[in-house]
Design a protein around this ligand. Sequence first.
Ligand code: UDX
Ligand code: ADP
Length: 471
Amino acid sequence: MEIKNICCIGAGYVGGPTMAVIAQKCPHINVTVVDINEARIQAWNNDDLSKLPVYEPGLDHVVKEARNRNLFFSTKVDQAIDKADMIFISVNTPTKTYGKGKGMAADLKYIELCARQIARVSKSDKIVVEKSTLPVRTASAIKSILDNTGNGTDVKFQILSNPEFLAEGTAIEDLLHPDRVLIGGDISTAEGKEAIDALVNIYATWVPEKQILTTNVWSSELSKLTANAFLAQRVSSINSLSELCEKTEADINEVAKAIGMDSRIGSKFLKASVGFGGSCFQKDILNLVYIAKTYGLNEVADYWEQVLLMNNHQKRRFAHNIISTLFNTVSGKKIAFLGWAFKKDTNDTRESAAIYVADELLNEQSKVSVFDPKVQKEQMYTDLDYLNTRSSEENRAGLSVFKDPYEACKDAHAIAILTEWDEFKTYDWQKIYDTMQKPAFLFDGRGILNIPELEKIGFVCYKIGSSKHNY
Ligand code: UDX
Ligand code: ADP
């Protein structure tokens, strides 16, 4: 089966970059990315490529090559569904904020709406591909909706699960050179196998076939949750030991290096931090915990939940350390944040540790000033408002956003590094020190700065996971 037209519903961090790369690599396929958010689609169509709604290194180049050739961004969802042979669902699946499973289960209402819309509009057979991260067995719900809510025409649907493993900040590189592509489908039927092959053929344009794995749908769905749970677990494991290092004379970076050289352990994802963020780790583990509990597997649920408890602890203890170091009061004190994004090289802030650390400090009546190279001011307020801790006006009064890092740090009692942006390493730290209140405290939540150099300037430093620089 040859795919000529693809539609992707959802033009976010997953849908946008993934479709841009598919379009770049497969000029023979028309790819239309649709979204109900008009502003987002307009931004994707902006002539000024620095204004794309998603910031990813290299994305502008890919979009420039493919846009309006065979890559289109549109709000005409029905039209794109109708035309497509293959439809990717890349809509958001946030954690439920209401009802059963509140705070744990994924909210599948956007997925369900998509499935109903596909069923209503489709007049020809379609392959529907789950791209969003979903709880195990979502495919069967989608299939049931597609098969039972049609528009009267005899249309056949095949459902595939094709989880996304790209990490933000390196999305284009991850898409171009994936460790593996995973495709789950109905391997027991000829139609299912044909659908799997159609998607394999697309990826095989640029991914070596031995790296394209095919499984049944449930394995594919569970693999995505498992991969993220394992990665997050490594971060929580190293973060738990960072606290122990601060009490002993061990240094977490040395420990990470020593264990990472064991090929069975490996060196990646062992960087101690102020806590992991991002749209996936917490949501996926909550999903895993919820599913385990649903099946009465309480020990399994407790085991994975601990990864999240540790992460919350790490964010909170970073904030509390700032408060206690600043003589137990930060009331009225300016604390400068360098970084708001959940990691470098992205403008995404979902679940960023910065939000929670700021919230703790604002509770203590601190004046937080923020500089981030890519995150917009309004996004920071939206993030804080979402927590519902205080009124929107109070958030605006407590947190100020600067376009210049030196201005953000001027007159500050302390600086906290919340994101590991490379540019922070190259700042004129002497100049920053000269404009600060003394003692000038610096809390490196990412372990990226040259602490001995900063101490020579006069900074009083705290580095995550090190007792030497821990007050
Ligand atoms: C993650 C998965 O890596 C990706 O495969 C999946 O598709 C989506 O979820 P992402 O959330 O974009 O990707 O970024 P990732 O690089 O995994 O980082 C997640 C968080 O962990 C960030 O806040 C990062 O700063 C933190 N982290 C990561 C650490 O604190 N230490 C590390 O060693 C690695
Ligand atoms: P992700 O990181 O998973 O890509 P995002 O929130 O960045 O998540 O993007 C999801 C996108 O899906 C949003 O832009 C949202 O407007 C869009 N979306 C949600 N529901 C629908 C729908 N029914 N039809 C079209 N677009 C939708």
